[in-house]
Design a binder for this molecule. Structure first.
Ligand code: MN
Length: 743
């Protein structure tokens, strides 16, 4: 009942919502057309601002850039109705407020010239120098980057990396450009507005955040939110305003008592109340499912002091004043955030139990928190005495150095991407192209991303020029080279570490057809062997006459019969019998017992498996057991499990022999009786490793006071290798007995 009521109170009819949405959209448009938004300053006002921190010579250069741009954009107008040049001037003025250098300002004024007018990059280079031309070019290229994040993202990131590698000022101009465009977004078409707003929320706000430009980030978020969801943004804004009145008395009270307490300790500080911005409230409601009221019930304060040690003293004061909430204190002064942010954070129980969130920082930290990387230009006059300042400078220097390092410009963009795209990994091909892979991807994923054919034929890889296992997880920024071989094939093991959908599907597909090919080959081998008993072979049979026989087996083609034989679904003996009797009326029966052994190549393929019961290794006398669904399973001739089969259905057993050799490994099981002594198990493992054999498993299965029985699963290359292992084990004084387990 209650929930129905509150829902109906909040939800309007669709028509009403649409009507009020269009109302708020028209308000956005109205705002965009205002002179102070669309054309907030004239060039003369900008120049005056520049004179406060640039040399007259530099201001003159900026003026030249302006005059040139104004001329190039002559006759062009923005959707707001203002002459086009008002936009570059607005962008430049945002950057001037950050005290960016004269080249950045020139680039800002010229930023749309290459794209929107017939002027070429080389022309700008001749007139304004290579650096300014590069900046303008970088901004033009960046503009295309975020448009299609789904398609060709790797290519876009490469461009982005290159643009940023050259100069981080490109990003600053781009952010300022987007900021002004967002302020005037109300005049765009509905479709454009939604797309640009999405882009701003998805890409530009995180970048601003990563660069520590908090103020810009907040403005991006609130403008983007209002453009994307005008109605929701307006409702939250209204609710914040309403709540403000209710909260005022309490805020003032808290403010006063903090001021007084700090004053009492002789700390001079500015105390400001903080309000959450609209988009962050919306996000909290959405992601944490918190009602608006609960979010607004938190009171935020910021205490700004002049010295770093005052921060800690102020912390002591507020902790004395109100009870701190356990576990909520964070010292970002000692350990700054990646983007250089520094502050002390704590939460207190205020009067009547209201939660109070407090941030404590110095003035300088405050500037960095608001402006981030822009603070580098804004606060050039260094106050080297404070540690925070040095850290900030180091941070900026690190960022600059990273992107200037010619060899690997991606590192900087990489640190950006960690925030932007946490689920992706970016690696380089040998040609320097960027590949986007899912997190946790292996070189096999990489190989399939390059081409299915490369994936299917890959055998090894180099990561950053060093040989590495195919299963190694790739890290962003690594270069990966795949080594292929024409007769290589995907291994079923790959499915344990390949993560990308493309690789997994391709591996499965290839294994399936591989298995089919192998089944057919094995089936051919087995059928020929059965036919050989009567001096015949597959090639001697007239298959046009045998369609009838195929029908009996439910197949249409020879390959299908062979595959069924290889899979163990039908016995070659039975098939041979039917084929021969159909071919020859006089024929009676195939004599099974005279057939020769089937050759098993070491570690062969997918359709031949090895009995876990006895663990045959090359060199052992073996027999094949045709099992429906499992195909050809190799056992040791004396395997206990085969004794019963031999008696009941001898036709399922096929003599086999080893042939050829590979460096494949085979597992087999040993039972070892040992004296119960400390360290004896470790000794066994060490000896086995010493003879280059592998230990897959060690279990103690029985023990009494004196003796333990240990089961060891070892992997060896062949019978000689196994004999060496057993000989060495037998030589251990504490080893009493040693036997191979068979069935
Ligand atoms: Mn622009």
């Amino acid at each position: 009942m209650r929930s129905w009521k509150s829902r109906s109170a909040l939800e309007m009819t669709k028509a009403a919502a649409a009507a009020s949405e269009s109302y708020f959209v028209s308000r956005l448009a109205e705002r965009a057309r205002r002179d102070d938004v669309a054309a907030p300053c004239t060039f003369e006002a900008l120049a005056k601002n520049l004179e406060t921190y640039l040399q007259p010579r530099q201001v003159a250069q900026v003026r030249r850039a302006h005059d040139y741009a104004a001329n190039a954009h002559t006759g062009q107008f923005r959707r707001t109705g203002h002459p086009y040049i008002s936009h570059p001037i607005a962008v430049a003025s945002i950057l001037a407020d950050m005290h960016m250098d004269h080249q950045t300002l020139m680039a800002a004024l010229l930023h749309d010239v290459i794209e929107d007018t017939p002027v070429a990059k080389s022309t700008l280079g001749n007139r304004f120098g290579k650096q300014v031309a590069e900046l303008v070019d970088g901004v033009s290229k960046l503009s295309t980057i975020f448009h299609s994040p789904a398609e060709a993202q790797a290519v876009n990131f490469q461009k982005m990396a290159l643009a940023m590698a050259k100069d981080i000022r490109v990003i600053m101009v781009k952010l300022a450009d987007r900021l002004h465009n967002m302020r005037t977004i109300g005049v765009m078409s509905r479709e454009q507005r939604k797309r640009v707003a999405r882009e701003t929320l998805d890409y530009y706000a995180p970048i601003a955040n990563r660069l520590g430009m908090h103020n810009v980030k907040v403005e991006f978020e609130d403008l983007g939110f209002a453009a994307l969801y005008p109605l929701r943004a307006e409702r939250i804004r209204q609710a914040v305003e309403d709540a403000r009145g209710n909260r005022k008395a309490l805020m003032d009270e808290i403010d006063k008592s903090i001021q007084a307490a700090l004053g009492g300790e002789g700390i001079s500080a500015q105390v400001e109340s903080r309000e959450k911005h609209v988009f962050s409230i919306y996000q909290k409601m959405k992601t944490q499912h918190k009602p608006f009221k609960e979010i607004m019930d938190v009171f935020g304060f910021r205490i700004v002091v002049s010295q770093e040690d005052d921060c800690y003293r102020a912390l002591g004061v507020v902790h004395n004043l109100y009870k701190p909430v356990a576990g909520r204190f964070k010292d970002y002064i000692a350990i700054p955030k990646v983007n250089g942010y520094q502050s002390l954070h704590t939460t207190l129980f205020g009067m009547h139990g209201v939660p109070i969130e407090v941030q404590i920082r110095t003035e300088h930290m405050s500037e960095v928190a608001d402006h981030g990387i822009a603070g580098h230009w804004l606060y050039k006059a260094p106050d080297e005495k404070t540690r925070g300042n040095q850290r900030t400078r180091r941070w900026v220097r690190d960022l600059m150095e990273l992107q200037q390092r010619a060899g690997n410009p991606l590192e900087f963009i990489e640190s950006l991407k960690i925030d932007l795209f946490p689920d992706d990994v970016y690696v380089f091909t040998p040609k320097g192209e960027i590949m986007e892979l899912p997190r946790g991807a292996s070189p096999v994923d990489f190989a399939y991303a390059v081409h299915t054919d490369i994936g299917n034929r890959c055998v090894a890889c180099r990561i950053d020029r060093a040989l590495a296992p195919l299963s190694q997880q790739l890290q962003s920024g690594q270069s990966v080279e795949v080594i292929t071989s024409d007769d290589a094939r995907p291994s079923p093991d790959w499915l344990t570490f390949a993560v990308s959908g493309k690789a997994r599907a391709a591996i499965r597909h290839s294994l399936k057809s591989q298995k089919r090919t192998e089944s057919i080959a094995l089936g051919r081998k087995l059928l020929n062997r059965s036919l050989a008993n009567v001096g015949s072979s597959i090639n001697d049979l007239d298959f046009r006459r045998l369609r009838r026989v195929f029908k009996e087996f439910g197949v249409r083609k020879l390959d299908e019969v062979l595959q069924a034989i290889g899979n163990g679904d039908v016995m070659s003996y039975a098939v041979a019998q039917r084929l021969l009797s159909a071919d020859n009326r006089d024929y009676e029966a195939v004599p099974v017992e005279h057939a020769g052994p089937v050759a098993i190549r070491d570690g062969e393929g997918l359709v031949i498996t090895y009995g876990r019961c006895c663990g045959p290794v090359p060199g052992d006398a073996i027999v094949g057991h045709m099992t429906p669904g499992k195909g050809f399973v190799v056992h040791i001739e004396s395997c206990n499990n085969m004794t019963e089969t031999r008696r009941r259905s001898p036709e399922q057993l096929i003599p086999a022999k080893w042939t050829g050799s590979t460096d494949a490994e085979f597992t087999t099981t040993l039972r070892i009786g040992v004296n119960r002594k400390k360290g004896v198990i470790a000794e066994l493992a060490a000896i086995i490793a010493d003879v280059d054999a592998g230990v897959d498993r060690i279990n103690v299965v029985e023990r009494d006071a004196r003796v333990s029985s240990v089961i060891v699963v070892v992997s060896v290359q062949n019978r000689d290798h196994l004999a060496r292992v057993m000989r060495r084990l037998r030589a251990i004084p504490n080893v009493l007995t040693i036997n191979r387990v068979s069935g």
